[in-house]
Design a protein around this ligand. Structure first.
Ligand code: BTN
Length: 254
């Protein structure tokens, strides 16, 4: 029934009608030894999580999923997987839905200036080696963001609202898994620079004025580029260059 065209990505699937958070389930499974490529999917989440401890509204109709990865990389490179995943999601939405999507650094997939997908990457590692990474993806597919709480509604959209029709989630997930297996495979072969080229093309951040929230302070400047490690470079108003890691938060100003 699954009809998967991947080598391993999504071959072990844990499906739930409702779960607290697919990232939490995936982390438990990873601790218990589930292999690379394990996929956790839920129809809805009661405690979906966004970045920086934010709540992620996850009603039925969306795609809420997490994947277990076991790349042999140092922990400092793990945030690169957020960019790798973003490229795979963006390409899937472009090719499957014909949408012109962009990526806001590091992890938001946008249609116009509205967010349609978020990525939450969580890492378990020793000082020198990653044990596992859980990449969580939330796509507002067939949901009505007008029903979200006001603070989460603004700036959000869904595929259904953009396309004015429903999208089949199983097909979309299958295509994503194929794209992701390819992009992630490239990453493991050391082709992160090539993936970054794709990312730069999709980026709506580079060249824009941004506000960076760093340890309670707000820095303002132009996002001038992204370096080979996937770190964003921001030129402050006084001309100094700052590196922004993907754990930090930015706002793109219009
Ligand atoms: C963000 O943009 O802040 C990241 C949102 C990530 C949401 C997904 S939905 C599936 C997975 N499970 C969670 O609890 N969060 C991620």
């Amino acid at each position: 029934k699954r009809n998967l065209e991947t080598e391993y990505m999504g071959h072990e699937v844990h499906y739930f009608k409702k779960v607290d958070s697919t990232n939490e389930v995936a982390k438990k499974l990873a601790e218990e030894g589930s292999p690379e490529g394990t996929l956790v999917v839920a129809e809805s989440q009661s405690r979906g999580r966004g970045r920086r401890g934010k709540k992620w509204v996850s009603p039925e109709g969306g795609v809420w999923m997490s994947m277990i990865l076991r790349p042999e990389i140092p922990p400092m490179n793990a945030p690169q997987l957020t960019l790798v995943t973003g490229v795979a999601v963006a390409e899937t939405l472009k090719s499957e839905c014909g949408l012109d999507v962009g990526i806001k650094w590091p992890n938001d997939i946008l249609i116009g200036d509205k967010k349609v997908c978020g990525i939450l990457t969580e890492v378990s590692a020793t000082v020198d080696m990653v044990d596992y990474v859980v990449v969580g993806i939330g796509i507002d597919l067939n949901v009505d963001v007008d029903l979200f709480p006001p603070e989460l509604r603004s700036g959000a959209t869904s595929l259904k609202m953009e396309l004015e029709r429903e999208i089949q989630s199983v097909k979309l997930v299958q295509k994503f898994l194929i794209n992701f297996e390819k992009t992630y495979g490239d990453f493991k072969e050391g082709k992160f620079p090539e993936i970054l080229k794709e990312w730069r093309i999709l980026s709506t951040t580079i060249g824009n004025y941004v506000e960076v929230h760093k340890r309670g302070r707000t820095l303002k400047g132009e996002a001038v580029g992204i370096n080979k490690d996937g770190v964003l470079i921001v030129e402050l108003d006084d001309g100094t260059l700052k590196k922004v890691l993907s754990g930090e938060c930015i706002h793109v100003k219009k």
